[in-house]
Design a protein around this ligand. Sequence first.
Ligand SMILES: Nc1ncnc2c1ncn2[C@@H]1O[C@H](COP(=O)(O)OP(=O)(O)OP(=O)(O)O)[C@@H](O)[C@H]1O
Ligand SMILES: [Mg+2]
Length: 358
Amino acid sequence: MRLETLRLQNLRCFDRAELTPAPGINLLLGPNGAGKTSLLEAAYLLSHGRSFRAGGREALLRRGETAFTVYAELTVAAGSRHRLGLSREAGRWAARLDGATLGNVGDLLERCAVVCFEPGSHALIAGGSEERRRFLDWGVFHVEPEFLPQWRRYQRALKQRNALLREQARPDWLAPWEAEMAAAADPIDDARRAYAGALGSWIGRVAGAFLPELGPVELSYRRGWPDETALAALLAERRGKDLARGHTTAGPHRADWSLRFAEAPAREHLSRGQEKLCALACVLAQAELHAERRGEWPVIGLDDLASELDQAHQRRVVERLLAGAAQVLITGTELPPVLREVEAALFHVEQGRIDRRR
Ligand SMILES: Nc1ncnc2c1ncn2[C@@H]1O[C@H](COP(=O)(O)OP(=O)(O)OP(=O)(O)O)[C@@H](O)[C@H]1O
Ligand SMILES: [Mg+2]
């Protein structure tokens, strides 16, 4: 997939702005606070329906405004061109595809594949399970069409069960929701497990290039309730405990995954820089797996690459990017030395303006 145009209206510091990225590598350079990360955020939003930054969706809205829009024109491998629009006003999303209003934002996100590595990405390694689950689910969602309906079905039933738990409802009232959760849980687990297996192999390849000193890596996936246990029976058994806690303590919403390197078996054995490289390996592995499965690359955003990694590692990353065919958006305050000799489109971003320089 390739972004031909990215247009923002009332997003963060931009009132109106347009970026027309080239295929291949694009550098978005400018001073601190210029709006570089916000451009990556806008592209990411069309693919994930949320930002990678903390602060909630409302923080995206330019101060003093009531609605923002991100609009993109993209071409897909088959050669067709699509127009995507995502707006938010009064706490509600509105999505448009090729001029038609969509009933479901998920139908828009499905069309657009953007992955990003940014300063917060190391949470994939060092943070809580929610980030990792979201990361995994985004990948599954883009390669497995049956995943989203099952995921929604599960989330709906979980919400109902949790509401009953909070109300201290009679335990037998939980049963229908537990049956519904259990029915969706197995397909969710199957899809995640299959994806995690493939992702683990790709992470091994990318991490082998970035962090060869850590040796082979293994991804272990945990589904959120014990193996060999039927979820419906487990939920019934845990009613008392869950009523006391006020939430559901087992199921796919508790799934997680982790990486274990032969030469760094515990997460605490990784330096901060290694954590970042590891997170970057996960993001690029996801992009490469997507390219393998979908026959086309997602757009890859790398926020502040130069400030995150040393030059030798930046060089390895750039070599990897050049070996693929993805459109890449890299931000920075200055032109990174490792990119001086690389053919790339150059944009200057400052005070809500974007100018092409090369
Ligand atoms: N909701 C908002 N309304 C108006 N301005 C905002 C809003 N949110 C953020 N900003 C401003 O938008 C600007 C762009 O932020 P952004 O993080 O994109 O900058 P950046 O170019 O990535 O900077 P850095 O190099 O420091 O990472 C900042 O000056 C920030 O204060
Ligand atoms: Mg930034």
